[in-house]
Design a binder for this molecule. Structure first.
Ligand SMILES: [Zn+2]
Length: 428
């Protein structure tokens, strides 16, 4: 007999105990005594963190699989043969990481599963929690590597050959073997029924709006371009303005142009010049050359392409006017990811049932969920970041908000397990 239950209560204390215990591994101290974590992917500290979470999974009696890229999935025992409703995130951190980025989504998943199991609730299909290898990409680029491989976006053999940026010559494969996480489960992994990731926002939007929940609609697309400009270097005092071929003038013009385009289009359009290098970079010399970068992001790929085209047209026009030559190189381009409207609507409905009006918002950062979105209906839940701070030991979220996020994860996973997301056409 299948019970459809909507009122599983998670334990905030048990969640926080696990958060604190995992944060002890690779603990670092930041400003004002905040304790963060440093567990770069596939290091000894990452192994200890993995071992701890695996111990918790075993204590709960979960069926555990480790795949050939070191992703770990713990699933409730089930005879149903049905694909699980999965949640998860990552437990690797950047070198100066906080204690919640990634870890929250994994430990909240454990808490949801423990709450469901200890309540003796029988679900129509099992729940599972995963932690994916090398989400941060800080030691082995690219980021979200484990979930990318899980979703079939990169061959596991190619991923295993990736070399560490630390110059040790270590590879993903050699480090997986060394720390005992070169598993036998196949990549790509089996598609879950649905996937939901609880994560801290890592930005200031929720806090500024005074809201406690984000229902995440997708991940914005990113376009990175490097621009190289060559002009004519000359004396700053003797060269008339009309006779200049000044690459810095083009950089300045484009910086202002990007701002005006982004402002004209409005949120979520953002555009940034983050790096400028001038040669010779002297006070009294018109530079001979300039290189600068353009970072443009939007949630809609059509808009992103439109802005890329406008920026390129303007760049070539102003450079030609100034007598400066242009060459451009695309450094990175990721298409936006759109999450499943029904799952987003399920998050919205769950938040409202708990008396919270969520902010329906895109993610500014990349997450494992965007890879899982290739395989199954997916969405994310954001919980506020105090001061918008992340990738920093000072990263923080109130216990009440963490507990609410975990409770909503439970609510949403139960709805997904009962296929109640099919009742939602879209975001109400
Ligand atoms: Zn993260």
């Amino acid at each position: 007999m299948v019970h459809v239950v909507n009122d599983i209560q998670i334990s905030p204390d048990r969640l926080m105990r696990r958060v604190d215990e995992l944060a002890e591994i690779g603990a670092i101290t930041g400003p004002r005594g905040h304790a963060g974590s440093s567990r770069l992917a596939l290091t000894d500290d990452d192994r200890l963190g993995r071992d701890l979470v695996m111990t918790w999974m075993r204590d709960l009696g979960l069926d555990i699989t480790v795949d050939a890229i070191g992703n770990v999935v713990g699933q409730m025992p089930s005879d149903s043969g049905l694909a699980p409703v999965m949640c998860g995130s990552h437990i690797d951190t950047v070198g100066t990481g906080g204690r919640f980025d990634g870890n929250l989504g994994v430990l909240a998943g454990l808490e949801v599963i423990e709450s469901v199991m200890s309540a003796g609730v029988q679900l129509p299909r099992p729940l599972a929690v995963a932690f994916f290898t090398d989400e941060e990409g800080a030691r082995f680029p690219p980021d979200m590597l484990g979930s990318l491989v899980y979703a079939g976006g990169m061959a596991v053999e190619a991923a295993q050959r990736i070399v560490a940026v630390d110059g040790t010559g270590a590879t993903v494969g050699s480090e997986l073997e060394r720390i005992g996480y070169l598993g036998a489960a196949p990549c790509p992994g089996p598609a879950p029924h649905a996937f939901v990731e609880l994560h801290i926002e890592q930005g200031p939007v929720l806090e500024q709006m005074g809201r406690r929940v984000g229902a995440v609609t997708g991940v914005q697309g990113i376009s990175w371009t490097a621009v190289e400009l060559r002009g004519v270097s000359n004396h700053a005092g003797t060269t008339p303005m009309s006779m200049r071929c000044d690459p810095m003038f083009v950089v300045g013009h484009m910086t202002a142009f990007l701002r005006s385009v982004a402002t004209e289009i409005g949120a979520p359009q953002v555009a940034t010049v983050g790096r400028v290098e001038l040669h010779p970079n002297l006070i009294n010399v018109i530079p001979a050359s300039a290189t600068f970068t353009i970072d443009v992001r939007h949630t809609d790929d059509k808009m992103l392409r439109e802005v890329e085209q406008r920026v390129d047209d303007e760049l070539r026009r102003v450079a030609a006017d100034e007598g400066v030559s242009v060459s451009t190189e695309t450094l990175a381009r990721f298409e936006p990811v759109v999450f499943d409207e029904r799952v987003v609507a399920t998050v919205v409905a769950a938040a409202r049932r708990r008396g919270e009006e969520p902010v329906v918002m895109p993610s500014g950062a990349g997450h494992d969920a965007q890879m899982l979105a290739r395989m199954c209906p997916t969405a994310m839940i954001f919980t506020p970041s105090i001061g918008g701070i992340s990738h920093n030991p000072a990263e923080d979220t109130s216990v009440a908000d963490l507990a609410l996020g975990c409770q909503l994860l439970a609510d949403v996973m139960l709805d997904l397990a009962a296929d109640r997301h099919f009742e939602h056409e879209g975001i109400a």
